[in-house]
Design a protein around this ligand. Structure first.
Ligand code: UDP
Length: 248
């Protein structure tokens, strides 16, 4: 977010954005579920220029043992950006940013997982950002959600994530890189299927009424993402469901 880039043009004469999207349109998303044979569940997801891969392990005995919780599973989430994923090489290893994203993303999943059913176990979620183009934390959450389903881990529902923001004085959905760099605000959220917000962050400035407008728009964005996630699951598991029906 930079507030002194007022000369950046965000909209053309038809009100379309630099990538030809309407203000309330998300970038195209491509999903492939079950791409890693060694993980219990996995998902590769592209969202605009973002490319992420999520791997899920567990529930399995938590190691090291001191991390075990007597009454429930420990949920661990690691968001990591590959050094080649950004324009200027990202420094390998954890950073303040990646630790923060990992923490809030883990918390985004806690309400939908049945951790209390797996004492002393761990559910491990790893997300690697292979290519970053603004919105990697939300892309990562959307991939992780599907990797958890692929791992067969019971959940109360999917988690879907999206960001809204303010660019050139307007509220828009799913910021691209120039919008993220030079816009006035970025508001990523994650939401459960029944509409509970499990992550909310904000960078920049919004007035109370702009915040309400952005919240309404970003929830719409999460619902669009949810439909895409459900379609990807159907594509992956429809044949399994057909086989099961044949067996009955
Ligand atoms: N970015 C980068 N280097 C970094 C961190 C971020 O180039 O060390 C870029 C990357 O494209 C990222 C974007 O800045 O997607 C926005 O980063 P932000 O921290 O807002 O997180 P994101 O929008 O990816 O969740």
């Amino acid at each position: 977010m930079s507030s002194n880039q007022t000369d950046v043009v965000f909209f053309d004469e038809n009100g379309l954005r630099t990538d030809q999207r309407k203000p309330d349109e998300i970038r195209p998303m491509k999903i492939k579920i079950g791409v890693l044979s060694r993980a219990n569940g996995s998902c590769y997801l592209e969202w605009g220029g973002n490319k992420v891969i999520a791997a899920v392990y567990g529930p399995r005995e938590a190691h090291p043992r001191r991390m075990q919780l007597a009454g429930k599973a420990v949920i661990r989430y690691r968001y990591n950006m590959q050094s080649f994923s950004v324009e200027d090489r990202a420094r390998p290893g954890p950073s303040r940013r990646s630790s923060e994203i990992s923490k809030v993303s883990r918390e985004a999943f806690e309400p939908v997982l049945f951790a209390e059913d797996y004492p002393k176990a761990a559910i491990d979620i790893f997300v690697e950002v292979l290519q970053a183009d603004a919105g990697t934390r939300t892309a990562a959450i959307n991939a992780a959600s599907l990797a958890l389903v692929d791992a067969g881990i019971p959940m109360r529902g999917l988690v879907s994530a999206c960001a809204a923001g303010k660019v050139g004085g307007k509220i828009v959905l799913d910021l691209n890189k120039p919008e993220d760099n030079y816009g006035e605000a970025d508001l990523p959220i994650a939401m459960t299927e029944d509409g509970k917000i499990t992550l909310i962050q904000m960078d920049g400035h919004l007035t109370p009424s702009e915040f309400e407008e952005a919240m309404a728009l970003v929830q719409q964005g999460c619902r669009q993402v949810l439909e895409i996630q459900k379609a990807a699951l159907l594509e992956k598991f429809a044949s399994v469901m057909d086989d099961e029906e044949d067996e009955v």
